[in-house]
Design a binder for this molecule. Structure first.
Ligand code: WT7
Length: 564
């Protein structure tokens, strides 16, 4: 068995064409910060709106690409002035305020690495990630400063703390930056980064051990450019909304880089989930393209279609989803409520861009993730031989041929973990799927979530999708529990929609309903009604937390759990 790690960045084929469309040449300079602001201005779009920002309190701000250019210059000059050098990590520990988006591009302009982290992280989660990254500076708000101050003694590499809404006397090592009050920096000498220069560092939570720092590079740009253009179908007149936080990769690849390198107008709402507020936001800004996630869609479904019908949401013309399997029920629901389906897109922190997807105009098969994006070679491998399975419908490991530009270049401090992702010339995603005769991928589950009952492998997705068809079920998680006969059997955890109460009758009724949909092996032995499911901050159900309890095993790393 051979191991092949990713090759250094030279763009080829589709990606080279995409690179040239945005003025890049192999071996030449590429800087995401410059390309997402200055280049758009040079194309004559300086006066176009880049950012429509608003928060839960109703504060708002509109920035043009020219504003973005100047503000990112100003931010970059400030960071350079702090003595932070190229390659050093600068953490963005901010709510979704404009400084987060500007700071991200500004940091990249200096050649430093942007390390965005959810501002809701507690001090332990923050500490682990700043320590592993040996972060040199952190940019934060007054409201989160307490957490930073409490751990800074333990962080010898952390030289500077930047407070963007500072007031009062800064503490030692702290400095205020009034970005919108500062004199705009007209010209900034952008660091001459190349395709292999590190850009963004995202921490992703594994099942066990500590979170891993996934290191992206500037050379990823053609991938985010092309996939945003083709999959999100961004057009000059669009108003695009990605509701993901830049603390996870969707919020950077498609919440900053992808839309702006395309010169698109994007809207940002700095607020948590709220059906009415979200629909109001869509209606107010006349959002045309919306990139969301199953966890949010299920919340909208839970509240019913009434709130959507009370508003004019006819502006929405294109809807995409990512992060978890998109249940067929959600696709059908969205067609009914919005008049168009949510299109599923599949990728990972590590892949940096969408790799399997439904393209606009492609036939949608509800419950399928779609096909490999043109330019990506994707297959499923036999679990044992790690050779491609050519039989339609056979379940295997989703694998991708390395060579697309946005594949991460390493896990920081964990080169062995990175090397172990490559086998036989393939990158292994750690997910399972089948491929049908038309090349559509049907997601089964993450390797770690698949249930082995009596030697048969059952994916949680089919069970959860069947459950979702019951009117009382809001969300569910299917996991294995130990069984003396079958080794493992299926147990499901279910949250109910408003107006339903847990009862034995309801359990029986749900069981009867899904019996017709599922094979006997996939039938749950037990339903447990719960108030909520454990989720990551990006909204993914953490089945391993539920499973560990059933098996009396340690739960592993919980730092990305929503409620810590
Ligand atoms: C894992 C990656 C995608 C960027 C943000 C999440 C699961 C993602 C889908 C989908 C089924 C999906 C996979 C994948 N996943 N999209 N459309 N259908 N599963 O990045 O946190 O690195 O998570 O999310 O299990 O491996 P991430």
């Amino acid at each position: 068995m051979t191991t092949t790690a990713a090759q250094p960045g030279t763009w080829t084929g589709t990606w080279l064409e995409a690179a040239r469309e945005i003025g890049l040449e192999p071996g030449g300079p590429v800087n995401i910060g410059w390309h997402c602001s200055d280049r758009i201005c040079r194309m004559g779009l300086g006066a176009k709106r880049a950012l429509l920002w608003e928060d839960a309190e109703g504060r708002s701000r509109t920035l043009t690409f020219d504003d973005l250019r100047l503000l990112t210059n100003t931010f970059a000059a400030f960071v350079r002035g702090l003595g932070v050098g190229p390659g050093e990590r600068v953490c963005l520990f901010l709510d979704r305020v404009p400084e987060l988006y500007i700071g991200f591009l500004g940091i990249l302009k200096t050649g430093a690495v942007a390390q965005p982290l959810f501002s809701a992280f507690g001090e332990d989660s923050l500490h682990v990630r700043l320590q592993d990254a040996e972060t040199a500076a952190i940019v934060t708000q007054r409201k989160h400063l307490g957490k930073v101050r409490r751990i800074r003694e333990k962080l010898p590499h952390l030289r500077r703390i930047v407070v963007v809404d500072g007031a009062g006397a800064p503490g030692p090592g702290e400095v205020h930056l009034d970005l919108f009050g500062a004199a705009p920096v007209q010209e900034f000498a952008v660091h001459p980064t190349t395709a292999d220069s590190p850009s963004v560092l995202h921490y992703t939570s594994g099942t066990t051990g500590q979170p891993k720092g996934a290191q992206h590079v500037h050379g990823s740009l053609p991938a985010q450019y092309l996939t945003s253009k083709r999959v999100l179908d961004l057009r000059p007149e669009d108003v695009y909304w990605c509701n993901a936080d830049p603390g996870w990769v969707t919020g950077t690849s498609y919440g900053i880089i992808g839309p702006w390198v395309n010169g698109a107008t994007q809207a940002v709402l700095d607020s948590g989930f709220n059906t009415d507020r979200w629909y109001d936001f869509v209606a107010k800004h006349r959002i045309t393209v919306w990139y969301s996630a199953p966890t949010a869609i299920r919340l909208l479904m839970r509240e019913g279609g009434e709130a959507a019908r009370r508003r004019d949401l006819s502006c929405l013309r294109h809807l995409c989803s990512v992060g978890e399997p998109l249940n067929a029920e959600a696709v059908v629901w969205s067609e009914r409520i919005f008049g168009r389906p949510f299109l599923d897109t599949y990728w990972q922190t590590e892949t940096g861009c969408i790799v399997i997807t439904n393209l606009p105009g492609m036939k949608v098969k509800p419950g399928s993730m779609g096909k490999a994006f043109p330019g990506i070679e994707a297959t499923v491998l036999d679990m044992n031989s790690l050779r491609p399975l050519d039989r339609p419908g056979a379940v295997g490991l989703i694998a991708l041929r390395p060579g697309w530009p946005s594949l991460i270049r390493t896990y920081r401090n964990k080169p062995d973990a990175y090397a172990s992702k490559f086998r036989n010339g393939w990158y292994l995603t750690g997910d399972r799927s089948s491929i049908d005769e038309d090349g559509y991928f049907w997601f089964v589950g993450r390797d770690d979530d698949v249930i082995n009952t009596g030697g048969h492998l059952v994916g949680p997705f089919e069970i959860e999708s069947a459950l979702l068809e019951h009117p009382a079920v809001a969300e569910s998680a299917a996991v294995s529990k130990p069984d003396p006969v079958n080794m493992e059997v299926v147990k499901v955890f279910v949250t109910l929609k408003p107006g339903y109460e847990p009862s034995d009758d309801l359990e029986l009724e749900i069981m009867n309903r899904i019996r017709r949909k599922l094979s006997p092996l996939a039938m749950p032995q037990e339903i447990q009604f719960v108030d909520s499911l454990p989720k990551t901050r990006s909204g993914k159900i953490m089945r391993r937390v539920l499973r560990a309890k059933e098996w009396n095993e340690p739960v592993g790393d919980l730092s990305s759990l929503m409620n810590d």
